[in-house]
Design a protein around this ligand. Structure first.
Ligand code: GUE
Length: 294
């Protein structure tokens, strides 16, 4: 069997087009232009690439994009002052602080300073807690993207056995909550789990989000399972260059899986598209408008 390839590029482009239509409508009918502020501290080259693509796609969807670049040695107080300013800025409906932050800055303090209504990353304890309690919340973009990709294959995830490998605040934990909302049966695995291959082999849905290049192997996968690869690892090639690989050994797993996401071209594409969705939703909520159609 050869897996169907889940094309994140196409699915994300479709989602962005839906967002753009809704943005046009709220602009026209309500004079509301959703705005996203992205804060980048330091100059990690990979982060700069992501931030640039967020900027381009935000503008392409008709939203306002505000980029704030701060030096790696910025003080915590200066960063908090910027977040305070963005919290009060009526043109800003979404605030994303690119992670990881350079040493010396306390991620928790910085995240907790973001107005929960503008927390389009879904990382503030207000949103994380609401999500865990089954209440409406801004949910993190990467897990949202994972759910959308899974539903393109299965329609409904109800009753399926899912395994989430990884328990980060940005991906694993919120993904578990979203899967529960979809009525999946969820196993949460991580680096200390015993017999990960056997656990994974029971799953109809496999979400690999550990950050270890090509860790998930062919013999871990139940034939026909859907494999969603959240990993983005840059590794050296034999020719002295680098390439992106996921947490899944793609070529071998694609021989047994029913469907699989590529890296690049899978989950990463959805992350940015879902950021636009969250910004649109946050803008409508802040303006007291009904939920948008996307
Ligand atoms: N506060 C915060 N929120 C995040 O959501 C967040 C973050 N910090 N820090 C870094 C990670 C990583 N991330 C990606 C976004 C898009 C792609 C993406 O578009 N990837 C493309 C290509 C990437 C390439 O070629 O370099 C793809 O997979 O097809 C990847 C990774 C968001 N993150």
């Amino acid at each position: 069997m050869t897996a169907r390839i889940i094309d994140g590029k196409v699915i994300a482009a479709d989602l962005r087009a839906q967002v753009a239509r809704e943005v046009e409508r709220v602009k026209r009918d309500h004079g509301l232009t959703p705005g996203l502020a992205v804060v980048l501290v330091g100059n990690d080259p990979a982060s700069e690439v992501y931030v640039r693509s967020k900027h381009t796609q935000t503008q392409a969807a008709g939203m306002a994009s505000f980029e704030h670049k701060l030096p790696a040695d910025v003080s915590q107080d200066e960063l908090l002052a910027l977040i305070g300013k963005l919290n009060r800025d009526p043109a800003v409906h979404g605030i994303l602080v690119q992670l990881p932050l350079p040493k010396g800055l306390e991620t928790e303090v910085v995240i907790n300073a973001i107005d929960p209504a503008k927390d389009v990353d879904g990382l503030h304890p207000h949103n994380a807690g609401r999500l865990a309690g089954g209440q409406p919340a801004l949910a993190p973009c990467t897990p949202l993207g994972c759910i959308i990709l899974s539903k393109t294959v299965h329609g409904s995830l109800e009753g399926m056995n899912a395994i989430v490998i990884g328990r980060s605040n940005l991906v694993g934990r919120p993904l578990v909550q979203l899967l529960l909302n979809e009525n999946a049966t969820v196993t949460i695995a991580h680096s200390r789990s015993r017999d990960l291959p056997a656990l994974t082999a029971r799953a109809d849905l496999v979400y690999a989000a550990v950050g270890r290049p090509e860790m998930v192997k062919r013999d871990w996968i139940k034939p026909g399972a859907t494999v969603i690869d959240v990993g983005i690892n840059r590794i050296p090639t034999a020719e002295g260059k680098t390439k992106l690989v996921g947490d899944v050994a793609y070529a071998e797993v694609a021989e047994v899986a029913g469907a699989i996401t590529p890296v690049p071209g899978g989950v990463g594409q959805m992350t940015v598209a879902c950021l636009l969705v969250n910004t649109l939703r946050a803008a409508c909520a802040i303006a007291g408008l009904p939920k948008p159609a996307v």
